[in-house]
Design a protein around this ligand. Sequence first.
Ligand SMILES: Cc1cc2nc3c(=O)[nH]c(=O)nc-3n(C[C@H](O)[C@H](O)[C@H](O)COP(=O)(O)O)c2cc1C
Length: 275
Amino acid sequence: MDLFSVDEKLCKKDGICAAECPLSIIDFQDKENVPRPFAHSESLCINCGHCVSVCPYGALTHKNLTPQDCYPVDKELMLGVKQSEHFLRYRRSIRNYKSKAVEKTKIEKLIHIASHAPSGHNTQPVHWQVINGKEKVTELSSHVIDWMKDVLKTHPDLAKMMHLDMITAAWEMGFDVVSRKAPALILVNGGIKDPFADSACKIAITYLDISAPSLGLGSCWNGYFNKAAMSWEPLQKALGLPEGITNYGTMMLGYPKFQYHRMPNRNTPRVTWTD
Ligand SMILES: Cc1cc2nc3c(=O)[nH]c(=O)nc-3n(C[C@H](O)[C@H](O)[C@H](O)COP(=O)(O)O)c2cc1C
C-alpha cells in the first residue's frame, strides 16, 4: 500500500491535506487529480496524522491511520476562553494526599491523555514509569535523601540554595518533604542523547499534571526526585533505569486532602513585543 490513499468519490480537491502536511510530502500540484504521495514520502512522513484528521470529508486514509481510527472532534466539549482560563488556573501543586491508593485505571487514563502531548518530529520518545504504592515511594525517596546528604558534603553552596539541610533534617524527624507521602509517582524517562526527549517528557508530564483534577486527583512536580534520578546511581539502580535512559520529570500523584477555593495571581508577564 502507498503511504496514503484518497477516496476519489469523497475528495473535493481542496488541497487542505497538502497545505497542512508539515513535511510537504503530499503532491497536489496539478489540482485536477486527487492528492498523492510524493516519491520518498514514506521515509519523510512523521505519522502525525494531520492529513487524515484535517480532511473535512474523511477522504484520506493513511497506511497507519484511517479516519475511523481517529477520536472525533466534539464541538460541544470545546472549552470557551473562560473555561480554558479556569481549567488551567484551577490546577495547583498538591502536597497533602489522602492515604487512599490511586486506581491503576485512573493512572492509565491520565497517561493515555498525556501521551497525546506534542513531541519534536512526533517522535513520542516518552517512556512512562509508575511507582504505585506509598511504601515504594518512600523507599525510593530515601535514596533522594542519601543524594541530598552527598550534595551537602560535595556542593555545600548548591545544597544551601536548595534547602537540602532542612529537607534531610525533616526526613530524620519523619517528614517526607521529598515525595510528601504521595501514594504514587509518575516518571517520564527518555534517551540521554535523544534531542527530543527532554522537552517531550516535560510537556507530557505537564499534560498529566493539568488533567489530574478532572479525575479527582492532584499532582505536584517532584524536582528533588528528578535531580537525584538524573545523577545518583543507587536511585537509578533502584528505579531500574537502563543504560542511556534518564529521568526528565517526576510527578507526585494522589487524592488531595484539601480543596482550594481561590486561584492566586501570578506576576504580570514579562513580554517583549516586536510589531
Ligand atoms: C520543574 C519544577 C520542579 C518542582 N519541584 C518541586 C518539588 O520538588 N517539590 C514541591 O513541593 N514542589 C515543586 N514544584 C512546584 C512549584 O513549587 C509550584 O509549581 C509553584 O510553587 C507554583 O504553585 P502552583 O503549581 O500551585 O501554581 C516544582 C515545579 C516545577 C515546575
